[in-house]
Design a protein around this ligand. Structure first.
Ligand code: C2E
Ligand code: CA
Ligand code: CA
Ligand code: CA
Length: 280
């Protein structure tokens, strides 16, 4: 049931650090891109086992640059963070994603995913009134707060301060908090004591070798135990093969995301994915 359709493979990824002039130029082009509607949002399914239902989607931004082609967010998000345009871009992504799910809830009814998960950068989270921005996006789209998750990285919340205050405010609204790339930071477990979290997104690096008995498998299992012990849900990221899905299912994972189930696209297929993992 793996879907190989989707995004063009042409991708432009510069060695940005070595090219300061290019960095500045790209920053200016983000401004133009915002004004000329060159950005769009795609959605990747997060599948629930054993049903194969698309329980949620993750919103991921895309930049269709008129001459550079499809520019990877890995290349332009850091630029937008540095020049501050991430705030405007991020608000647009948030509003777009909320509108999208609100629309699916109307057109698809029960087949619509329960939740859309939106990535938020450190700089957005650290701004005062971030939670008010989220509340505005929710009321503007009519999407219930429980249908939104905000994905933050460990580094974004590591410093504490305003970012953690914002997470508490989001929680109070009823928005879910997902800790992204979990396990790759330097204080993953420590953060769980101080930061309000609902969902752990277990990084792809632990999924890659989960079919072989070894360190990664032990860690993937331990992260799941931590998550269920704390009453959180765990999503395994970067699942590319049926074998990985089966291994994760055996470990107890119930929410999986990756190319095996679908690439990020404008309109994901919400039909039930064929039961891929059967054995317990
Ligand atoms: P992320 O939040 O960890 O997102 C997951 C990335 O892994 C996405 O790359 C997704 O397309 C990719 N992916 C999903 N399944 C698989 C798989 O099975 N195999 C492999 N190899 N990759 C998979 P993408 O869309 O290029 O985004 C890269 C990063 O850029 C994201 O990592 C996130 O940190 C950032 N990003 C993307 N969209 C946004 C956004 O709207 N706002 C912010 N602040 N950051 C974003
Ligand atoms: Ca993410
Ligand atoms: Ca991630
Ligand atoms: Ca990542």
């Amino acid at each position: 049931a793996a879907k190989q359709t989707g995004e063009p493979v042409r991708r432009w990824t510069p060695a940005l650090d070595e090219r300061a002039g290019e960095f500045v130029r790209l920053g200016a082009e983000i401004r133009t891109g915002l004004d000329n509607e060159q950005f769009r949002v795609v959605y990747q399914p997060i599948v629930e086992l054993p049903s194969g239902r698309v329980a949620a989607v993750e919103a991921l931004v895309r930049w269709e640059h008129p001459t550079r082609g499809l520019v990877s967010p890995i290349a332009f998000i850091p630029v937008a963070e540095r020049n501050g345009l991430i705030v405007e871009l991020g608000e647009w992504i948030l509003r777009t994603a909320c509108h999208k799910l609100a629309g699916w809830r109307v057109t698809l009814g029960e087949r619509a995913p329960d939740r859309v998960s939106v990535n938020v950068s450190a700089r957005q989270l650290a701004r005062p009134h971030f939670a008010a921005t989220v509340a505005a996006a929710l009321s503007g789209s009519g999407l219930p707060a429980s249908c939104l998750a905000i994905e933050v990285t460990e580094t974004a919340v590591f410093e504490g301060g305003q970012a953690v205050i914002a997470l508490h405010e989001l929680r109070a609204l009823g928005v879910r908090i997902a800790l992204d790339d979990f396990g790759t930071g330097h204080s993953s477990l420590g953060l769980l004591q101080t930061v309000p979290v609902d969902i752990l997104k277990v990084d792809k690096s632990f999924v890659d070798n989960v079919t072989e008995a070894g360190r990664h498998t032990v860690i993937a299992e331990a992260l799941l135990q931590v998550s269920s012990g704390l009453g959180l849900s765990a999503v395994a990221e970067g699942v590319e093969t049926a074998e990985q899905a089966a291994a994760l299912h055996r470990l107890g994972y119930r929410l999986l995301q990756g190319y095996h189930y679908g690439r990020p696209v404008a309109e994901p297929d919400f039909e039930l994915t064929a039961a891929i993992t059967t054995s317990g």
